[in-house]
Design a protein around this ligand. Structure first.
Ligand SMILES: Nc1ncnc2c1ncn2[C@@H]1O[C@H](COP(=O)(O)OP(=O)(O)O)[C@@H](O)[C@H]1O
Ligand SMILES: [Mg+2]
Length: 587
């Protein structure tokens, strides 16, 4: 599914080429060209690459003019990060210095496990454990309260709400993260600027979808970058391995795009793994880390990696003519070409290192003497709480409405089990002799819960992970709007489900049709819908994953059901369980 449910009527022609539109009587041969990722093929063919062609140039110029420019210098000095492990303290970052200035595209490199992601996380204030020593400063001053949302951070994995369209995802981020003084129209206008910049116009109304069934990896990456850019990151943008998983062409266009961002005045820091020589030459500076988070090189890359070749050449490892300098230096530092040298020590003793130290000290004192480039508004979250609740709830409502599988299954489960239950106890009526059957007929209603909960929890956990991994860390919104939205978005479906169960059940069982009696039963059913949804969410919230949650469910539901007074009559229940408050007792 590539288009939102409510827009499907308008785009039937487009949909016919979509493999999943089974409801359409589309000629089969039209579908034959689609592969397992129909959205990709449908959209990708119409998407120009990021670097664009010459016809785009004038439009691009005006877009560039509208982009915000960073004015702050971001520095870190003697940064050390230690975590506690069972074998004692482990140093993950060792006295790292560095800076990012507006207009600078910095590369952070090192072999896998060198500590690149750790450094980005520490710089972006996203580490909750471990101890951090050293200084991280903006304009030579301590970090502002709003730092986490003033810095963009694109994680390696592109985590997005799958049922939002590209435009909605960008608008959501813009509305929540731009400062509260900015008028709404201006925030939305900036979304258009970014859509043009990232050339997302062709797919702005398509759903992001899940990995493998939605946007392609490269398109998702662009959305991730867009989501960060629309928040007008006033200090800098971090990107963790934006090119990993992309093919050569896509990687090149992504880096070219970052180059363009830097050229218009953004400060960008990127971790990058095994870049080609062509990619590598797009960057201005390099921070090279060796295992254990030790600096091996920090400074300019130079034209055609000239400075780096010169540095390693001087220390006995010249880069061969035909070699990729990026790969050569990694080999020198970690691999076969290391010549037994401690390259960290080589760096510390080099004139470049002392030059960079002076440069850094100069940058900090210079920036500190000037007025700050970014003004801190003193708010942790950009928007007020009421606005957060409104926006998050609206997004969650839309996501649930578009989740056709979820909603249909839920209603079908209710109707199905109601009919099954109703025909099992067909017209038992309400006579005194039938009281036991009446009780069991009502009791059976409890068992819609396990089915629905099993469906609800994976969805809940997916949502929670989106919040935990990205939106919470960039201070988009507080946890309160998140939980409110989760609960509120379920309400309409729970009411529908209660009706969907009540009608087929109540009248097939032949219970009294007086409205005071029927109404009371319906009310209790409605309340139960809310209770079991709450229980499901309660179990899912702390669960590490959906499988774990599904193991806890029977335990909890089993206990609640066993001691509610139906299976064991109330008088015979052991004292402990009798006073155990089971919400199912009231059913
Ligand atoms: N919280 C932690 N506790 C212990 N070790 C960690 C922790 N976080 C990361 N590490 C270790 O630090 C090293 C660097 O990790 P990372 O920054 O993810 O590397 P990369 O350079 O590939 O991004 C790895 O060896 C990893 O196992
Ligand atoms: Mg990493």
């Amino acid at each position: 599914m590539v288009v939102p449910r409510e827009c499907q009527d308008q785009v039937t022609t487009f949909q016919r080429t979509d493999e999943e539109s089974q409801s359409e009587k589309a000629p089969r041969q039209l579908n034959s060209s689609s592969d397992s990722t129909p959205a990709n093929s449908a959209v990708a063919t119409r998407t120009p690459s990021i670097d664009g062609d010459s016809t785009e140039k004038p439009a691009q110029k005006s877009t560039d003019a509208k982009l915000v420019r960073n004015t702050s210098v971001f520095t870190w000095r003697n940064l050390t990060y230690t975590v506690k492990t069972p074998d004692g303290d482990r140093v993950l970052l060792d006295n790292i210095d560095g800076y990012v200035k507006p207009g600078m595209l910095g590369a952070l490199m090192g072999s896998s496990g060198a500590g690149k992601t750790t450094l980005l996380d520490v710089l972006a204030q996203r580490k909750t454990d471990g101890t951090i020593h050293g200084e991280i400063m903006v304009d030579g001053r301590p970090l502002p309260v709003s730092f986490q949302r003033s810095a963009g951070y694109c994680e390696q994995l592109d985590v997005h709400e799958p049922f939002a369209t590209v435009r909605e995802a960008l608008e959501f981020s813009a509305l929540l993260r731009q400062s509260r003084e900015t008028p709404r129209e201006e925030k939305l206008a900036y979304v258009d600027t970014i859509i043009d910049l990232l050339q997302l116009r062709d797919m702005e109304h398509t759903l992001i979808g899940k990995v493998g069934a939605g946007l392609s990896v490269e398109q998702r990456k662009r959305v991730t970058i867009g989501v960060e850019l629309v928040s007008k990151p006033s200090i800098l943008i971090f990107l963790d391995e934006p090119t990993s998983g992309l093919d050569g062409q896509a990687a090149f266009s992504t880096v070219q795009f970052l180059r363009k961002l830097a050229d218009v005045g953004q400060a960008v820091l990127v971790t990058i793994h095994q870049p080609s020589a062509q990619l590598f030459s797009q960057f201005d500076t390099l921070l090279l880390l060796a295992k254990g988070g030790k600096t091996v090189y920090f400074g300019d890359i130079g034209k055609n990696a000239h400075s780096i070749k010169e540095y390693f050449g001087r220390h006995g490892c010249p880069c061969p003519e035909d070699a990729n300098p990026a790969e050569h230096m990694i080999d020198v530092v970690n691999g076969s070409l290391s010549k037994g040298k401690d390259w960290h020590q080589v760096w510390l003793d080099s004139p470049e290192a002392s030059h960079q130290k002076q440069e850094l000290d100069h940058l900090i004192s210079d920036a500190a003497s000037k007025p700050p480039g970014t003004v801190d508004d003193g708010h942790e979250f950009a928007t007020p709480m009421s606005e957060q609740v409104r926006l998050v709830t609206r997004r969650m409502n839309k996501a649930l409405y578009r989740n056709v599988d979820y909603v249909n299954n839920k209603v079908a489960l209710h109707i199905g089990s109601a009919l099954f239950n109703g025909f099992t106890f067909w017209m038992i009526g309400n006579s005194v002799s039938k009281q036991q059957e009446v009780l069991f007929a009502c009791f059976n209603f409890i068992f819609v819960a396990p089915g629905v909960i099993a469906q609800l929890q994976p969805l809940f956990i997916e949502r929670r992970d989106i919040y935990e991994t990205r939106e919470k860390k960039s201070k988009m919104y507080h946890w309160f709007p998140f939980t409110t939205a989760l609960i509120v978005s379920e309400v309409p479906y729970l009411v529908i489900c209660a009706i969907a169960y009540f009608l087929p059940f109540y009248y097939t069982v032949g219970f009294p049709s007086a409205s005071n009696k029927a109404g009371a039963v319906f009310f209790v059913m409605l309340v139960y819908e809310f209770i079991y949804t709450g229980i499901g969410q309660f179990v899912a919230a702390p669960a590490p994953n959906a499988v774990f949650a599904s193991l806890i469910n029977p335990l909890l539901i089993g206990t609640l059901v066993s001691f509610c007074g139906v299976l064991v009559p109330y008088a015979q229940i052991q004292a402990f369980w009798r006073y155990w408050v089971s919400p199912t007792t009231s059913l």
